[in-house]
Design a protein around this ligand. Structure first.
Ligand SMILES: [Zn+2]
Length: 341
């Protein structure tokens, strides 16, 4: 099959012909029909998620099951499936208790610790394949599996968004953030979107943001947020960028009892005054991807048209590097998408 192979972390992916994957017991093979592309992949390609190369990356995937390994009865040939990103054990206390992304026997990520779907076929454990609703396209299902379900988990379980909340989204015009705008609106919040360009903020407005902040034009984001919220601050702030500097803005923008949630993976630390934390009962927490149940819920909600995939660029999968270039230049609006023959 044709595959985009990263020979070593830090180098671009190149088109090669490799042998087709063969499913072992409990595994299945998916013919890939669509893949999503975002910033996380660039971090993976730089080696910051661990794993080993040579590697076929790609975890945001939709396609058709074409081959089953021994003993597989839960999937059928021809079934349309999306791919779940995490390689979890399915047995530990966290997997059993509905918090599987905290798996204590975590086996890594699809496309980092075993080959992913920037190839014609991908072979994975059956637990990593979830059926796509009939009404949902392969592309929408692919984007559901990281760019949307991450927000579903974040807004409901970690930021605990309610209709009376005002929410700040930092990096709202990015591939995950733009779907976060939609999910936060779906949960009824008043959304303040912050990002680095007017183009990204126009997109955030288009998808429901109530107010926007261009952080390059208004570097004192906290002050602007306070002005927008009658001096009180926001009830929740979600940081998709994940640097110490951006998460500090998230924390400092909170109202009493506000929740600061980190989603992005960046660099640096923040400073918190313990007395202020005690007096205000603010919450500082992380949000890690989603469970498989949350991915199923995400696809069901998307199948009803309540959240739309926002795709800024689509290219054939061997041209993935052009999307990476757009992400590096901060010109990609929304998610990148790969097409397959
Ligand atoms: Zn587990």
């Amino acid at each position: 099959m044709k595959a985009m192979v990263v020979k070593e972390w830090g180098s671009p992916s190149i088109l090669e012909v490799v042998s087709d994957p063969k499913p072992g017991p409990g595994e299945a093979v998916l013919k890939v029909r669509s893949a999503g592309v975002g910033l996380t992949l660039l971090n993976m390609r730089n080696g910051s998620f661990g794993g080993s190369a040579p590697r076929i990356m790609g975890h945001e995937l939709g396609g058709d099951i074409v081959e089953l390994g021994a003993g597989v009865t839960s999937l059928a040939i021809g079934q349309r499936c999306a791919v779940y990103f995490y390689l979890n054990c399915g047995r530990c206390r966290w997997c059993s208790g509905g918090r599987e992304t905290l798996c204590e026997n975590f086996g890594g990520f699809v496309g980092v610790h075993r080959d992913g779907g920037f190839a014609e076929y991908v072979c994975l454990p059956v637990a990593n394949f979830l059926p796509i609703p009939d009404e949902l396209s392969y592309e929408a299902a692919a984007i559901a599996t990281d760019a949307v379900n991450t927000n579903w988990h974040c807004m409901r379980e970690r930021a605990k968004i309610n209709p009376h909340d005002r929410v700040l989204l930092i990096g709202a015009g990015g591939g995950v953030g733009i779907h976060g705008v939609q999910v936060a609106k779906l949960f009824g919040a008043y959304v303040i979107a912050a990002d680095v360009s007017d183009e990204k903020l126009a997109l955030a407005k288009q998808w429901g943001a109530d107010e926007v902040i261009n952080v390059k034009k208004h570097p004192n984001v906290v002050e602007v947020v306070k002005q927008m919220t009658h001096g009180k601050g926001v009830n929740a702030a979600v940081d998709y960028v994940g640097h110490g500097s951006t998460f500090q803005i998230a924390y400092d923008s909170l109202a009493t009892s506000g929740r600061a949630v980190i989603v992005g993976v960046g660099k640096g630390d923040i400073s918190i005054n313990p007395r202020n934390l005690m007096l205000t009962e603010k919450v500082v927490t992380g949000s890690r991807h989603s469970t498989r149940t949350e991915l199923i819920e995400t696809m069901e909600v998307m199948a009803r048209g309540l959240i739309q995939p926002v795709v800024g660029m689509t290219v054939p999968f061997p041209e993935i590097e052009t999307i990476f270039d757009a992400i590096k230049d901060e010109t990609l609006l929304g998610r990148g998408s790969l097409s397959y023959e």
